[in-house]
Design a protein around this ligand. Structure first.
Ligand code: PEP
Ligand code: MG
Length: 597
């Protein structure tokens, strides 16, 4: 019977295919009494050594294919292998209980997995995930079993996992992985980020989908709506096959539009560059360079996640320079470290907070850790000589904070200059507007920076008091709220007054429904994940600036969200209907010309 589930759609697109289940369940673990614990422990040590060699090889391969920054996630795994507590616990239990080592290890892994289910703290979960991943590898060695791998899939398949570890995800067979579904994870997990980066449709956070799925079951996943169908009935299958075909045709049409359009502009010639948001240098591909007019947001903190130590200044420089050089001459806006909130690095001890979204995050953290902040700024400044760099600061809440951050920036510039280290002196400094207090004093901020970039993901959560990662109140998270539109209006007005550009880089920029109102409000560029660019481009090319201004004026006067949404939706549909009739008319006209020849 068909089972329909709802999760969090983190990478758009429809995928249909057989399930490839991935996890530990398939391993048969023997249990028997051993006579000599020493020989048993020797087997364990040998298995650990073998796994270490495997991991070192995997690290080298990843460094070659995806860069040093991605390879460094294996350092954490190699460290787990040498974890004294793990060795002591195994040794003690084998000696005391007298069972074979794979039985003891599997028992330990199951206990850790059960604990992990109950942990909320993401940094602790990362660490537990590493331990489970490494434990599974040692188990595979002990049992002489070729562990399941996602590196080579025999046929196109939908990967179904309770949770994918960083090492699993980094190895995924991109040719045959049609989609990913996981029980755990949220939109900011490594799986979600990489799925988006590689354009694999994905739904996460399904809680217990894995329990209902057998290998080979037909799965449908809709990565935009977050829907999953297990063993769909004929009607659902036919409906989604149709939708998949339509989406593919639309995508092809949109791709054609990309190549025929030299600039990104409205029907009446108003240019609005469409930029990409990236998290990792590996996302900078030829495709991205063709689609985007630059990188409007590079979330540099991802370089700090999934590892055991801070990235060095040199490592950061290499990562930033590779992006800047690859995009040159297009602009790259590097956002300084935005750790905290919902992003934690296990090697930076942050005290547990009751309200991390309102806590020690972003520039608040950086200003108190000038060692980390300055190293990053030095790396960014050094990378600037390779192309067109801008830098911007997250979560600025007022003028004092902006001035303090700029002071650190100027100190770092002076230091580099003293040491004759090359960097571009004309780097533009931007202020992210993502806290309501920043909107209120946007006039002051605008006079003290070179550009604004509005982070609506945070601005919406703080202004509507709706936690952006809490699925229980997700329906209240509303970009079309009149309060949000007015804040955008106020921010753009302050930027205009000071003569600086104002862009938007939250998810709202990637939603075609809002393209017209954002352009009408006066956004000078829109930055979004790469997968959203074709549709936003198509939308942009169907609007007129004068009408967009009218739409902005009307919607900012409305009181109800439903009126705003209804109005924008109606305008979108009217434009679409008009375009279709123009296309039909021109096709009929072409046909008439052919007939009269
Ligand atoms: C935002 O808040 O809109 C933003 C772009 O930053 P992040 O999503 O990384 O917090
Ligand atoms: Mg933000």
């Amino acid at each position: 019977m068909e089972i329909a589930l709802h999760g969090i759609g983190v990478s758009p697109g429809i995928a249909i295919g057989p399930a490839k289940t991935f996890g530990l369940d398939s391993l048969e673990i023997p249990q028997y009494k051993v006579t000599g614990p020493e020989a048993e422990l020797e087997r364990f040590t040998q298995a650990v050594d073998d796994v270490r060699q495997d991991l070192v090889r995997l690290r080298e391969k990843t460094a070659k294919e995806a860069g040093e920054y991605n390879a460094s996630i294996f350092d954490a795994h190699i460290m787990v292998l040498d974890d004294v507590t793990l060795h002591e616990e195994i040794s003690q239990r084998v000696r005391e209980e007298g069972f074979n080592v794979e039985y003891i290890l599997n028992d330990l892994i199951s206990q850790q997995a059960a604990i992990m289910e109950t942990i909320e703290d993401p940094s602790f979960r990362d660490r537990m995930g590493d331990i489970l991943d490494v434990g599974r590898r040692i188990l595979g060695r002990l049992l002489n079993t070729e562990l399941e791998s996602l590196e080579h899939l025999d046929e196109p398949a939908i990967i179904v996992a309770h949770e994918l570890s960083p090492s699993d995800t980094a190895k995924i067979d991109l040719k045959n992985a049609r989609g990913i579904i996981t029980d755990m994870s949220g939109p900011t997990s490594h799986t979600a980020i990489l799925a988006r980066a590689f354009a694999i449709p994905a739904v996460v956070g399904l809680k217990n989908a894995g329990a209902h799925i057998h290998p080979g079951d037909t799965i449908i996943l809709d990565g935009s709506a977050g829907r999953v169908f297990i063993r769909p009935n004929e009607e659902t299958l036919a409906r989604y096959q149709d939708r998949q075909e339509q989406e593919e045709q639309q995508l092809e049409a949109l791709q054609a539009l990309q190549t025929s359009c030299a600039t990104t502009c409205t029907l009446d010639g108003h240019e609005v560059p469409l930029m990409a948001n990236i998290e990792l240098p590996v996302e900078v591909t030829d495709q991205l360079k063709r689609k985007a007019d630059g990188v409007g947001l590079y979330r540099t903190e991802y370089l700090f996640l999934n590892r055991t130590s801070l990235p060095t200044e040199e490592e950061q420089y290499q990562a930033y320079a590779s992006v800047v050089e690859a995009m040159n001459p297009l602009p790259v806006t590097l956002r300084t470290l935005d750790l905290g909130g919902d992003k934690f690095a296990s090697h930076i001890p942050l005290a547990e907070e009751l309200n991390p979204q309102l806590g020690w995050r972003a520039v608040r953290f950086c200003l108190e850790r000038p060692d980390i902040f300055k190293a990053q700024l030095r790396a960014i400044l050094r990378a600037s000589i390779h192309g067109n760099v801008q830098v911007m600061f997250p979560l600025i809440s007022g003028l004092d904070e902006l001035l303090r951050v700029k002071e650190v920036f100027n100190d770092v510039c002076a230091d580099l200059q003293r040491r004759s280290v090359a960097f571009r002196k004309d780097i533009k400094i931007g202020c992210m507007i993502e806290v309501p207090s920043a909107v209120a004093v946007a006039d002051h901020l605008a006079r003290n920076c070179d550009f604004f970039s509005i982070g609506t993901n945070d601005l919406i959560q703080y202004s509507l008091a709706v936690d952006r990662v809490n699925e229980k109140i997700a329906h209240m998270y509303e970009p079309g709220h009149p309060a949000v539109l007015r804040m955008l209006q106020q921010t753009v007005a302050a930027a205009r007054e000071a003569g600086i550009p104002c862009s938007i880089c939250g998810e709202m920029a990637g939603a075609p429904l809002f393209t017209e109102v954002l352009v009408g409000l006066g956004m000078t560029s829109l930055s979004m994940s790469m997968v959203a660019i074709p549709q936003v481009r198509a939308e942009l090319m169907s609007i007129r600036l004068d009408e967009a201004k009218e739409t902005a004026a009307k919607t900012t006067q409305m009181g109800l969200v439903e009126d705003v949404r209804g109005y924008l939706q109606q305008r979108h549909e009217d434009r679409h209907a008009l375009q279709t009739s123009i296309q039909q008319y021109s096709r009929a006209d072409d046909a008439a010309k052919v007939r009269t020849k």
